[in-house]
Design a binder for this molecule. Structure first.
Ligand code: NAD
Ligand code: MG
Length: 382
C-alpha cells in the first residue's frame, strides 16, 4: 500500500477517479499535474494541499500561483515541472494518468527514483516498453498496471510464482461502438459516433482508440511488455459485456478470470493498495442480473488497427513506436475534424510503410522515430 502519491494528469478521467480513491482510502497527494485546466487544478489543490503543482506552460502556471497564494503550494511549469512531480521525495507512488507519449519523461523519472508506478499510460509502454521495463528492473521500481485488462491479468497472476506457468493471456475487448459493422461502414462514422462507448466513460483519445480497436492493439503490446510474454501467448476475445476484464490460461489448463462491474476505480485502487485489498463502495456484481456472457473472435478486416498492432508486436523495435505515434497524430487530426474516421488506419499504415524499423532501440532512436511518425502523418494530410 502507498500512503502518498504524485498524480500526473490529475484533471483527466483516470486522474479524477484516482482522487476519488485517495478520498476513499485516505491517501495523501504530494504533487498534482495537468496540461492546462487550471480551474479544476485549483479546486484539487485546495482540497488535497499538495506540496507541488505542475502545468505545461508558464502563463497558466503564473495564474495558478496567483490563485493559490498563501497556501504554501509551489507551482512549476514545463517538462522539468513534470519530472519534479514524478520524483518527489515524499511520494511512494506515482500514477501516470497523462495521455500519450508526453508521459515518457516523467515516467522514466519516477522509475529512476525507484517509485511504485501505477501505470495507466499505455502509450509509453508501447513506444518504449522494453526500455521502460529494463529500467524499472535496474532501479527496483515496481510497475503495477492500472489498465483494467492488465490489472485483471496481474490479479490472476498473484498465486503464480513462475512466469513459465503462463500458457496464454486472454485480453477481453468490448468491441467498441462499431462492433459488427464492415470496414466501409466503420470508415464513414463521425466523431459523435466514435465518442459513444458502450461500457466505459473515458478521455477522448482512448475513446476513439476503442472505436478503431487500436486501443486493444496497444493493449496487446502493453501485455507483452508488462508480463514478458511472446505475441503468440496473447489472444484477443470480444466480450461485449465487459464483466470479465481479462484472463490467464496456465500450463495445466486452468483459466483464471477477474470479473467485476466496469469501473476504473477498482484497478486504480488495487494498484495503490497492492498487495492489500481494501473495502470500497463499488456496486456489487450481481451475477443473477448480468446479461449472458458472450465471446467472439475480433474482426481484423473491419478493424485494421488491431491487425497492424498485432503485426508490430511480432516485429518489435521501433515499429511499435511508429504505430503509436502515427496513431496519436491521426487521432488528433480526427478530433480536429481534419480527417475522416476511416483515414486513421490508412495514415498509420503509411507511416509503418515509410519508416524503417530499428530493433532494441535506445531512447534517442525512440524519440527520433516518434518525431518522424508524427511528421509523416502531417505530410500525408497536407
Ligand atoms: P484524459 O484525456 O481524460 O486526461 C489526460 C490528462 O493528461 C489530463 O489531466 C491532461 O491535462 C493531461 N495531459 C494531456 N496531455 C498532456 C501533455 N502533453 N503533457 C502533460 N499532461 C498532459 O485521458 P484519460 O482517459 O484519463 O487517459 C489517461 C491515460 O490512461 C491514457 O494513456 C489512457 O490510454 C489510459 N487509460 C485510460 C482509461 C480510462 O478509463 N480513461 C482506461 C485505461 C487506460
Ligand atoms: Mg483497457
Amino acid at each position: 500500500m502507498v500512503n502518498t502519491i504524485s498524480l500526473l494528469g490529475s484533471t483527466g478521467s483516470i486522474g479524477r477517479q484516482t482522487l476519488d480513491v485517495c478520498r476513499e482510502q485516505g491517501i495523501k497527494v504530494a504533487a498534482l499535474t495537468a496540461r492546462s485546466s487550471i480551474d479544476l487544478l485549483e479546486q484539487q489543490a485546495r482540497e488535497f494541499r499538495p506540496q507541488l503543482v505542475a502545468v505545461n506552460d508558464l502563463e497558466p502556471a503564473l495564474e495558478l500561483a496567483r490563485r493559490l497564494k498563501g497556501l504554501d503550494i509551489e507551482v512549476v511549469y514545463g517538462l522539468e515541472g513534470l519530472r519534479r512531480a514524478a520524483s518527489m521525495r515524499s511520494s511512494e507512488g506515482v500514477v501516470t494518468a497523462v495521455v500519450g507519449m508526453a508521459a515518457l519523461w516523467p515516467t522514466m523519472a519516477a522509475i529512476e527514483a525507484g517509485k511504485r508506478v501505477a501505470f495507466a499510460n499505455k502509450e509509453t509502454l508501447v513506444c518504449a516498453g522494453e526500455l521502460v521495463m529494463e529500467t524499472a528492473k535496474r532501479y527496483g521500481a515496481e510497475i503495477i498496471p492500472v489498465d483494467s485488462e492488465h490489472s485483471a491479468i496481474f490479479q490472476c497472476l498473484q498465486g503464480s510464482r513462475d512466469r513459465g506457468e503462463i500458457k496464454k493471456l486472454i485480453l477481453t475487448c468490448s468491441g467498441g461502438p462499431f462492433f459488427g459493422l464492415s470496414r466501409e461502414e466503420v470508415g464513414r462514422k463521425t466523431k459523435a459516433d466514435a465518442l459513444r462507448h458502450p461500457n466505459w466513460n473515458m478521455g477522448e483519445k482512448i475513446t476513439i482508440d476503442c472505436a478503431t480497436l487500436m486501443n486493444k492493439g496497444l493493449e496487446f503490446i502493453e501485455a507483452m511488455r508488462l508480463f514478458r510474454v511472446t505475441p503468440e501467448q496473447v489472444e484477443v476475445v470480444i466480450h461485449r459485456q465487459s464483466i470479465i476484464h481479462s484472463m490467464v490460461e496456465f500450463q495445466d489448463g486452468a483459466v483464471l478470470a477477474q470479473m467485476g462491474t466496469p469501473d476504473m476505480r477498482l484497478p486504480i485502487r488495487y494498484a495503490l493498495t497492492y498487495p492489500d485489498r481494501r473495502k470500497s463502495e463499488l456496486p456489487e456484481l450481481d451475477l443473477l442480473k448480468c446479461p449472458p456472457l458472450t465471446f467472439a473472435p475480433p474482426d481484423l478486416e473491419a478493424f485494421p488497427c488491431l491487425k497492424m498492432a498485432m503485426e508490430c508486436a511480432q516485429i518489435g523495435g521501433t515499429s511499435c513506436t511508429v504505430l503509436n505515434s502515427a496513431n496519436e497524430a491521426a487521432v488528433e487530426l480526427f478530433r480536429q475534424d481534419r480527417i475522416a474516421f476511416g483515414q486513421i488506419p490508412d495514415l498509420v499504415a503509411e507511416a509503418l510503410d515509410k519508416i524503417p524499423n530499428v530493433s532494441h532501440p535506445a531512447m534517442e532512436e525512440i524519440l527520433e522515430t516518434d518525431r518522424r511518425a508524427r511528421e509523416c502523418v502531417a505530410e500525408a494530410v497536407k
